[in-house]
Every structure is written in C-alpha cells, then in structure tokens.
Design a protein around this ligand. Structure first.
Ligand code: NDP
Ligand code: 8X3
Length: 250
C-alpha cells in the first residue's frame, strides 16, 4: 500500500521539491501552506502521479492547525511520514537592533508551528506504532553565525526537539530524523531580506544546494529498511565549508 506524507511549507523551495520527489515514488501527498493558488497549481501538476490533498493553514495559529488536520478525508488520515519543513529566517540583524516581530515570526513558525503540527499528528503514529518524522533543521542549528542569533536559536531548538522526539517516541518504533542543509537556493533569502534585491546576491558566485538535492536526501532517508533510521544529516554544497566559509571562486 502506498504511504501517505504530510509536508508543511509545500508551496516553495525544499517542501515543493520534496512533494515532486515523493510523487515520483507514488507517495500520497498532503500539501500544506498558506498560498492557496500555489497549492492548487502543485496539486494539479502532481495529481497525474499520485493522490494529492491540500491544506491551507498558518502553522502559527494552533487552532487553525488542528482544525485543518481534522478535516482530512478518510483516505488521507493515516499519515506515515511527516515533513516539518515550513519555516524561514526573518531579518539578519545584530541582537541589539533586532526586530521583535522578526523574532516572534521565527520562534512562532520554526519552533512552535513545528510543535503544533507534530502534536496534531503524533497520536495517530503512537497508536499505530509506526511513522517517520523528518524535521528540517539547518546548519544554523549546529553553529551560530554573526547576526544569525534568533534564527540560529530557532534551529538549535528544532534540533533539540528532534532529539527529544526520538527519545520519547522510541518505545513506539517511530523514526525521527533531522535534515540540516546549509545554503539552499530557494525563496528563503527573499523572505529573510523582505524583498530587498540584496537577496539575489546570496546565491551568486557559487553553486548552492538546490531544493531537489535536499528532496533526494529526504527520499533516501524515508526509503531505508525498517530497522534503519538516519538520525541526523548535515549537508552543504561543495563550495560551503561552514556557515561563514563559502568559496565563491570555484
Ligand atoms: P521557502 O521560503 O522557499 O519556503 C518556505 C515554506 O514555508 C513556504 O512553502 C511557505 O509557504 C512555508 N511557510 C512559511 N511561513 C509559514 C507559516 N506561517 N505557516 C505555514 N507555512 C509557512 O524556503 P526554504 O524552502 O528554503 O525553507 C524550508 C525550510 O528549510 C525552512 O524550515 C528553512 O528554515 C529550512 N532551511 C532553508 C535553507 C536555505 O538556505 N534555503 C537552509 C537550511 C534550512 P506559504 O508562504 O505558502 O505559507
Ligand atoms: C538556512 C541556511 O546559513 O542562511 O538555514 O542560515 S543559513
């Protein structure tokens, strides 16, 4: 029987590429995001390959999140794979001049949103004693870089929560994985810099990871045999050695 996956942040970047990758493998898809038009476009493209259902909700809103997941039609209710991907950086400022709204957005989306979605789905996984949760962390969850303060804090939290999930869900045979990419060429920097053209410079002069590279890693992770759990993956493009070392002369 085909597995069912719920992907948050499926309207762009890593989430959208993962939706395409999973569709290629016949995985049934629940695609989540706030931009309904994009959800509709992706659904119509992927429906040729697999069954697709879309859910429109803001992960910051706990009531909306639970209500949306409760509306799932019966054939999409048993979720085997949860990809907690929705998230972004908002701003790149030193801590002393940081913007409170940016801080709220990063903690509310990247950390609390991930928790709300997980809380809505984990009970059915524990009841069935199976499932795989993949949290999209970041290299920013493993090291802190200048002006990364709160974004790095949110991703460090994602990694701690991932480890906590793996420990607490161990008795239920549920796999928990963190995938931590470095620079990936998506809409991420456009969100971080709020539309400022400086965002275009972030991926110039070297070949950054593409969202499809991360999607392939996610597919590899979910396709391991039952006894294998890939716990934690750190992946960079070849030009990147750490958060602050990127060779733009390759
Ligand atoms: P994108 O900006 O391309 O995609 C972000 C996705 O998150 C969109 O689909 C967006 O959908 C969704 N999202 C954002 N806010 C909310 C919200 N409040 N409620 C619901 N959905 C939301 O960025 P990426 O694909 O790069 O980012 C995906 C994940 O990967 C994030 O967690 C990010 O931190 C992480 N990451 C990114 C890296 C990079 O360099 N790009 C590197 C390492 C990790 P919509 O706007 O429709 O709601
Ligand atoms: C995204 C990668 O280096 O911009 O998580 O924080 S970085």
């Amino acid at each position: 029987m085909n597995k069912t996956a719920l992907i948050t942040g499926a309207t762009s970047g890593i989430g959208r590429a993962t939706a395409h990758e999973f569709a290629n493998h016949g995985i049934k898809l629940i695609l989540c995001g706030r931009r309904q038009e994009r959800l509709d476009t992706i659904k119509s493209a992927l429906s040729k390959q697999t069954n697709v259902h879309t859910l429109n909700f803001d992960v910051r809103d706990k009531k909306e999140t639970f209500a949306a997941i409760e509306t799932l039609p019966e054939e999409f209710q048993d979720i085997d794979i949860l990809i907690n991907n929705a998230g972004n950086a908002h701003g790149l400022d030193p801590i002393q001049t940081g913007n409170l709204d940016d801080w709220d957005a990063m903690m509310d989306i990247n950390v609390k949103g991930l928790l709300y979605v997980s809380k809505a789905i984990i009970p059915q996984m524990t009841a069935r004693k199976s499932g795989h949760i993949i949290n999209i962390g970041s290299s920013a969850g493993k090291e802190v870089y200048p002006k990364g303060n709160v974004y790095c804090g949110s991703k460090h939290a994602v990694l701690a929560i991932t480890e906590g999930m793996r420990i607490d869900l161990n008795p239920f045979g549920i796999k928990v994985t963190a995938i931590n990419p470095g620079l990936v060429e998506t809409e991420f920097s456009h969100v971080r810099f709020k539309g400022d053209p400086i965002a275009d410079q972030v991926y110039k002069g070297y070949k950054a990871l593409q969202p499809e590279d991360v999607a392939e890693m996610i597919q590899f992770t979910i396709s391991r045999p039952a006894h294998v759990n890939i716990a934690d993956v750190l992946m960079f493009c070849t030009a990147q050695a750490s958060s602050t070392i990127v060779n733009k002369n390759l």
